[in-house]
Design a protein around this ligand. Structure first.
Ligand code: UTP
Length: 414
């Protein structure tokens, strides 16, 4: 069988003729590598994902209800102490692990490296995002007398750079043997016409398939099995880009135990009805995060009898799971969403094009789409000034400038 010819046939079938022209121009080694890569692409799935970008997402209002939550600042002293006691016991027994999702591309920030290697200009000297996370975990380790196993999810694209960076910085004083990296899976990027993009390395451009890939990648990498072997009972999964993320919040953990749920999440109140964040709701009787782009305007503005937004609990990537929950989710296929992003590519005349505007779709599954596999979730409302300093955009809202201010304010208070 001629693999090159088979590949050409597939490319023709899926309207990817521009790649055929490229294959013909490549030397033998590069040609083989590209053909090998293309043979692993599921074109049927890719076409489906591209076709979905043309469809409107519909949220049927009548099936959506608000989701109850507990407000941390309104808990009674007894309740707080009880939650803390329950949570601390898990940490003291070494039954707790954390996962940092660091496989994103960070396109909005525009930093030339993995996002965790971005240095936030705090307190003169500055701190890397990975350093801030390491410090948060080290504090918990000291408090509870156990080293929390730290799993860092990278992408194929940024894995080596991430590992090198952590090595170079001596894991910011974290016990190296308790840190494990695992790379998530990828999907090809396509342009607005559904055409594959080619990168500088003369390969099809692929990118990590969204933070929802965390669950299946934990399983495929063997990390889940390792956690089970270590006797881990609770797993925290958080992002790499929140300078105020609390990865070992014993109140959140204790609340989850007390409420006998398999998943728990910390929220903060939306800054205003139109803030661009996903919010918690119940959809068809199951927990769900509704993205800002999918939320009808009227619903976003609805208030309850106390004047509070009915759908005001924002999801901040601060999620906790039992190990059984991770195991269950890791066997499921989550739906894919499309994100319209800027991605450079090689044009047909062999020149690199660096777009000024969004030019391509990245297909991503979201971590929170797993919530609907459960009947219940426990939500703890935290505080924006204590829990949320995201580093998303280069400037303006959720930028290094706002994160620096929030971080310094928090540490000056505490
Ligand atoms: P975002 O969705 O904000 O994406 O990720 P991003 O890659 O950081 O930034 P943009 O959208 O390209 O500007 C939220 C969290 O999920 C992780 C990110 O690293 C971040 O911690 N993530 C995202 C992954 O681990 N993998 C992915 O494929 C996407």
């Amino acid at each position: 069988m001629d693999k090159v010819q088979d590949t050409i046939d597939i490319l023709k079938m899926y309207n990817q003729e521009h790649i055929i022209k490229l294959i013909e121009k490549l030397d033998e080694d590069k040609k083989q590598a590209l053909v090998e890569q293309i043979s692993k692409i599921d074109f049927h799935q890719l076409k489906e994902l591209y076709d979905n970008t043309k469809k409107e997402i519909e949220i049927k209002e009548n099936k959506i209800e608000p989701l109850p939550y507990l407000d941390k600042k309104k808990l009674s002293e007894e309740q707080k102490e009880e939650f803390q006691r329950l949570g601390e016991a898990v940490l003291e027994k070494g039954e707790y692990a954390v996962v940092t999702m660091a496989g994103g591309q960070g396109t909005r920030l525009g930093h030339s490296g993995p996002k965790g290697t971005f240095k936030l200009d705090v307190y003169g000297k500055g701190k890397y995002l990975f350093e801030i996370l390491a410090e948060n975990l080290k504090e918990a380790n000291q408090k509870y007398g156990k080293v929390i196993p730290w799993y860092i999810m990278t992408s194929k694209e940024n894995n080596d750079e991430t590992v090198e960076f952590m090595e170079k910085h001596n894991y910011f004083g974290y016990d190296k043997d308790s840190v494990r990296f695992f790379a998530q899976s990828e999907l090809p990027l396509v342009d607005i016409n559904g055409k594959l993009l080619v990168g500088k390395d003369m390969k099809i451009k692929e990118a990590s398939d969204g933070n929802g890939g965390t669950y299946s990648s934990l399983r495929a990498s063997g990390c889940l099995a390792e956690m089970k072997e270590k006797g881990i009972k609770w797993v925290f999964i958080g992002g790499v880009d929140n300078a105020l993320l609390k990865m070992a919040d014993t109140i959140l953990l204790g609340m989850a135990i007390d409420k006998k749920v398999q998943i728990a999440s910390k929220s903060i109140v939306k800054a205003n009805p139109h803030e661009r964040v996903g919010v918690f709701a119940k959809m068809n009787g199951h927990p769900k995060v509704i993205e800002y782009s999918e939320m009808p305007e009227k619903m976003a503005e609805e208030v309850d009898n106390d004047g509070e937004l009915k759908y005001g609990e924002a999801h901040i990537m601060c999620n906790l799971y039992t190990i059984e929950a991770i195991e269950k989710i890791s066997k499921e296929t989550l739906i894919y969403h499309s994100a319209f992003k800027k991605n450079s590519y090689i044009s047909e005349d062999g020149k690199e094009v660096i777009p000024q505007e969004e030019n391509s779709y990245k297909f991503e599954s979201f971590i929170f789409d797993a919530f609907e596999l459960f009947d219940d979730i426990a939500i703890l409302r935290g505080k924006r000034e204590d829990d949320f300093a995201p580093v998303k955009n280069r400037e303006g809202v959720d930028s290094p400038k706002t994160a620096k201010e929030l971080y310094e304010k928090f540490w000056n208070r505490n």
